[in-house]
Design a protein around this ligand. Structure first.
Ligand SMILES: Cc1ncc(C[n+]2csc(CCOP(=O)(O)OP(=O)(O)O)c2C)c(N)n1
Ligand SMILES: [Mg+2]
Length: 334
């Protein structure tokens, strides 16, 4: 959680230095909802996330340097520099993305769960998404399929109370989002998403339900994003300063730090040492990303088309004209 927090703070700073292009969504304040759910995953389980995915990649163990390099659009990034902030990926760790379309990952995650079932794997799928995604058709289609096919999947709503600038109260007929599971006779529950131990306990239990009992579930983790929706939004127009201040008093990291010190698992010295290590790791990640090479245009269509013939066709493409080969375009006009 400390790594995610520091990584996000430094990412914000790097964005303002124009080292990161495109969209950039920070998850400061949501660390416990991410870590508490990702940590219980085992060697055969798969993970999906929304575009607010930096913390998810770090939680699954992706190299911070490769994650930062992806944000910088560099070839050494986790998606070769092709994906950027919203499309982080670590297939080796079974993290199948970062998805930019709201709700887009849900049917794909259900498909992955079907594949696990079909191949007789004992793995399960954890699919994370925002409260806004629960009002898309894909949410209902995916939950319905998961229910009728008994798929081994946990649908995790990271309820941070807002879509871009629209509150859950304004957008949802039922604001207790976990109750939507009832429409599919699926197990649903809500936990405090700023309590890492509560999220961990619920996810561990629901993973067992998915793997052993072949029962899908809907887990709502309630949290708050401290920053705006993206770096282009200050996040202060549609919510009050009091609300933001109130949620900041429920800092998930400070809370766990307190719990761990009380329990004698950590002492104050351990915490400062951890923070020092994390600072160094993130500084190193930025240095690595800044020095890394950019991808070449010639490789732009690698990994896009399965047919090697298509890739060869694009390799011959005139870079000045986006659609079609130079030879063909000239022939067209005469
Ligand atoms: C299908 C679709 N519609 C609209 C958008 C634009 N959009 C990007 S993020 C977002 C809000 C989503 O909110 P939520 O699911 O709560 O996730 P959060 O940003 O809070 O993590 C919207 C509407 C999109 N990316 N995809
Ligand atoms: Mg939201």
């Amino acid at each position: 959680m400390v790594l995610i927090r520091r990584f996000e703070e430094r990412t914000e700073e790097q964005y303002t230095r124009a080292r990161i292009g495109g969209y950039c969504h920070l998850a400061i304040g949501e660390e416990a909802a991410t870590v508490g759910a990702v940590d219980p995953l085992g060697d055969h389980d798969y993970l999906f996330a929304s575009y607010r995915d930096h913390g998810t990649a770090l939680a699954v163990g992706s190299d911070p340097g490769a994650v930062m390099a992806e944000l910088f659009g560099k070839a050494a990034g986790v998606a070769g520099g092709y994906g950027g902030s919203m499309h982080l990926l670590d297939v080796e760790r079974r993290f199948l993305g970062g998805w930019g379309i709201v709700g887009g990952q849900l049917p794909i995650a259900a498909g992955a769960a079907l594949a696990l079932d079909y191949t007789g794997s004992d793995g399960a799928v954890l699919c994370q998404f925002g409260d806004g995604a629960t009002n898309t058709g894909a949410f209902h289609e995916a939950l319905n399929l998961a229910a009728v096919w008994n798929l081994p999947i946990i649908f995790q709503i990271t309820n941070n109370l807002y879509g871009m600038g629209t509150s859950v109260a304004m957008a949802s007929g039922e604001t207790e989002l976990w109750k939507r599971a009832a429409a599919y006779e699926m197990h649903g529950e809500r936990v405090d998403g700023n309590d890492v131990l509560a999220v961990h306990e619920a996810t561990t239990r629901l993973l067992t339900m998915a793997r052993r009992d072949r029962r899908p579930s809907l887990l709502e983790t309630c949290t708050y994003r401290w920053r705006g929706h993206s770096v282009a939004d200050a996040g202060k127009v549609y919510r009050s300063a009091d609300e933001i201040a109130e949620w900041r008093t429920r800092d998930p990291i400070a809370r766990f730090e307190h719990q761990a010190i009380e329990a004698g698992t950590l002492d104050v010295g351990d915490v400062s040492e951890l923070r020092r290590e994390v600072d160094a790791t993130v500084t190193e990640a930025i240095k690595f990303a800044a020095a890394a090479a950019t991808p070449t245009v010639a490789n732009l269509y690698d990994n896009v088309y399965g047919d090697p013939g298509t890739a060869a066709q694009f390799a011959r493409m005139d870079t000045a004209g986006p659609f079609g080969e130079r030879r063909e375009t000239r022939g067209w006009r005469t």
